[in-house]
Ligand binder design. Structure first.
Ligand code: ADP
Ligand code: MG
Length: 731
């Protein structure tokens, strides 16, 4: 082993689990302590202010700007008691991370130079003006008009991290376009609320609001920090660009749900303590399928809050992992040949009357509503399958989708045998059997029996990107490093538009004389027929499915730059503009950012790969080749020619193989550099991204294939990069 690599492995081996102790024996003692929750607010705000703010948070009413000062004063007092000296608008630029600029509470009491006070006004709470010129914007904001605004999102509570009060905000340009992921998410939530409420009111006039819920499952890898530090590819790109599979990896299926290694267990505990302080209800933790892969999941919550909590958890994970001598890898595919990481987005809708719209009900009326929502969702997913795929696609996630038990890059929906049977039955029933809302005849369609059959519904298809799992859909194609907003905003918007269309169609039929029941029934029947192509309960990993999906007209595109085009199709522009979620200008700008980001990632990876090849792989292989050449001459001087020839046979084979592979690698690296040079001259972001995808990416495979072969034949002592077998097994 090379000295550096040996030292890193030795250090990783020596590490012991850190002893962590909970702030208190009872989670409830410290849960949410650093969050400005409703109960905390009640202590710091007057009754009137509290009432007005609650109306905004819980009933979706517009924020009354006159209360901002009072809220700010209360919030500051609370934060200062927890040790906060600074505040920040915490926002989500188009980078999949979060951004924050801290300002202290201090200000002059009067004229400059006079006494200092701690101040935090409603104005500072409500809006800030960070210099936005260094955030991706896709050409929306030219640098001479660099102003951007962050504006308070009162629906996600403020929290204190270390000495800083963090205020969740949206981020918009001077001219009002969204420059972040939260603004469209909020708009999509309001769109789906409005559309779904209108549909629910056809069944129950008491419904005043519909909320979207999200429960994310965060998958991740941990690697030892010492080993990580010796892998430039992991450090700079988040994934290993090289590395032969370990002889043993996940074949024995011995990691999933296995005993958590003690160092990891203490990391998890520490993370949970922190997350609980921020009111993040982490519920589940376990080993995932691949070695060193783990998962955590909270109890689901309101979608916007759940997204914020996921972002906070991701940053806590990074911080806390380091305390334990680990680095957390949130990349979708850190290691080739074994499972990648996703972030299953469990999504559902629920009413303010307490009905889960994706939970089969107890009465025929409830079930008709359930089926109505279900069928509309299927129709929306069918219509927008290309768009939904675009909403989760990145350079990173592309490595995961379709490989090693990840859902394929084709969006389809899994329903399970029972729901599929109910839909089939509905589709083939005649209007004579129409559902009667008073509760009796509905039984003839079997709808009332759904809850019973669902109890023993055990089919859990793991291969579907969008699976119904009893009371929710699980959007599994979302990547582990992603901000869930993109997927959630797209899904909410698609469903909102579909529900609006449905309501309009029902109303038209009623106006033409149909009864409400038969109107709903007829349209649902039609929708089931229309969206058949999206329903697939078979094996999503199979090649047969790819063929079948193409025949069904589903989007099977695999090139990332092409996939993004779904955002600017005529249908998508109509969808987003009519629901008021994103304007055409915003959609185009976002795609510019996506293409640019894609190009930059491939660029960075290509550079790192070039460096690794030139500075690690080729020198090491040449040294080993020299050793073999020495051996060849020594054998020649010590043995008669004929004997020497036979003894040198293997040496010569290896020397040739090394030479040839080095030549192939070197040529590929040089060609890759040339290709990038050409691609960099392209001005249009889309075309540049296409060039990177079509022309640059293929070299990665050639290089990796040959390097990984060399790893198998070169002296282990010389190899500088920690191997998969060392990176992947935490002791
Ligand atoms: P799995 O068996 O799919 O791995 P997990 O228990 O790991 O399930 O995670 C399931 C996630 O789904 C949790 O976050 C859970 O709170 C969430 N969830 C459960 N019911 C709903 C629902 N109705 N709507 C949204 N999310 C839900
Ligand atoms: Mg899970």
């Amino acid at each position: 082993m090379s000295t550096l690599r040996f030292k890193a492995v030795e250090e990783a081996f020596k590490k012991k689990a850190l002893c962590v102790t909970a702030p208190s024996k009872f989670t409830t003692d410290y849960y949410g302590k650093y969050v400005f929750t409703k109960s905390v607010m009640a202590k710091y705000l007057s009754k009137d202010v509290m009432k007005s703010l609650t109306n905004t948070i819980e009933k979706g009413k517009t924020l009354d700007s006159t209360i901002a000062n009072d809220v700010a004063t209360g919030m500051k007092m609370w934060a200062m008691e927890l040790g906060a000296t600074h505040y920040t608008h915490w926002f989500q630029p188009l980078t999949d991370g979060t951004a924050e600029k801290h300002d202290s509470f201090i200000d002059y009491a009067g004229a400059p130079g006079e006494a200092i006070i701690e101040d935090f006004s409603g104005k500072l709470l409500a809006q800030q003006e960070p210099d936005a010129s260094s955030f991706p914007n896709g050409g929306i904001r030219s640098t001479f008009e660099a102003r951007g605004y962050t504006a308070w999102d009162p629906t996600s509570p403020a929290f204190v991290v270390d000495d800083t009060l963090c205020i969740p905000t949206i981020f918009i340009s001077y001219t009002g376009e969204a420059l972040d992921l939260k603004a469209p998410l909020l708009k999509s939530l309001s769109a789906v609320d409005k559309a779904a409420t209108a549909v629910c009111q056809m069944f129950d006039p008491n419904v005043k609001r519909v909320v979207a819920f999200l429960g994310w499952e965060q998958e991740y890898f941990l690697v030892d920090e010492a080993l990580y530090a010796t892998r430039p590819d992991l450090m700079l790109t988040g994934r290993t660009l090289l590395g032969h599979e370990s002889a043993k990896n996940q074949q024995l299926e011995d990691h999933y749900f296995g005993a958590v290694p003690s160092r990891v267990a203490s990391f998890m505990k520490d993370l949970e303590f922190e997350a609980y302080k921020y009111g993040i209800p982490l519920k589940t933790r376990h080993n995932e399928v691949a070695p060193n892969q783990f998962e955590l999941a909270p109890i689901f919550g309101e979608c916007n809050l759940a997204v914020d909590q996921n972002l906070l958890v991701m940053s806590l994970m990074k911080k806390i992992a380091r305390r334990h001598g680990f680095r957390v890898l949130l990349h979708e595919k850190p290691f080739a040949g074994i499972n990648g990481s996703g972030k299953h987005n469990n999504w559902s809708l629920g009413t303010d009357t307490g009905v889960g719209l994706l939970t089969p009900g107890k009465t025929p009326e409830e079930n008709l509503l359930f089926i109505t929502i279900m069928v509309n969702i299927l129709k929306a997913v069918h219509k927008n399958n290309a768009l939904l795929k675009a909403s989760i696609m990145t350079a990173q996630n592309a490595h995961r989708l379709g490989a090693n038990e990840a859902p394929p890059a084709i969006v389809s929906a899994f329903l399970g045998t029972q729901i599929s049977a109910v839909l089939d039955k509905l589709e083939n029933s005649t209007s004579d059997e129409a559902i009667v809302m008073d509760g009796k005849k509905g039984l003839s369609l079997g709808i009332a029996h759904i809850p019973e059959v669902l109890l023993d519904n055990t089919d859990r298809n793991r291969t579907s990107p969008f699976a119904f799992t009893g009371n929710r859909f699980e959007f599994r194609a979302v990547g582990s490093s992603a901000n869930c907003s993109s997927a959630m905003a797209t899904l909410n918007t698609a469903v909102a538009a579909q529900l609006i269309e449905f309501k309009a169609e029902v109303d038209a039929k009623i106006a033409a004389g149909a009864s409400k029941q038969s109107a709903i029934f007829e349209i649902i029947k039609q929708y089931i027929k229309d969206s058949k192509a999206i329903c697939f309960d078979g094996n999503g990993y199979s090649d047969a499915w790819k063929e079948e999906a193409a025949k069904r007209g589903l989007d099977c595109e695999t090139s990332v730059p092409e996939i993004y085009k779904a955002f600017t199709s005529k249908e998508s522009v109509k969808l987003f503009t009519e629901t008021g979620v994103l304007t055409e200008k915003e959609l185009y700008a976002r795609n510019e950012v996506k293409w640019e980001t894609y190009t930059k990632w491939i660029q960075i990876e290509a550079r790192v790969l070039g460096d690794l090849v030139n500075n690690h792989i080729i020198p090491v292989c040449t040294r080993y080749q020299n050793l073999l050449l020495d051996n060849v001459s020594k054998i020649k001087t010590n043995f008669p020619a004929e004997k020497a020839d036979s003894l040198n046979k293997l040496n010569n084979q290896l020397i040739i193989e090394i030479g040839e592979r080095i030549a192939t690698i070197k040529n590929a690296v040089d060609d890759l550099i040339d290709t990038r040079r050409q691609a960099n001259k392209i001005e249009h972001e889309y075309e540049k991204a296409v060039a990177y995808h079509d022309k640059a990416l293929p070299y990665f495979d050639v290089i990796r294939y040959n390097v990984d072969k060399l790893e198998l034949i070169v002296d282990d002592e010389m190899w500088t990069l920690p191997k998969y077998r060392e990176l992947l097994f935490i002791r």
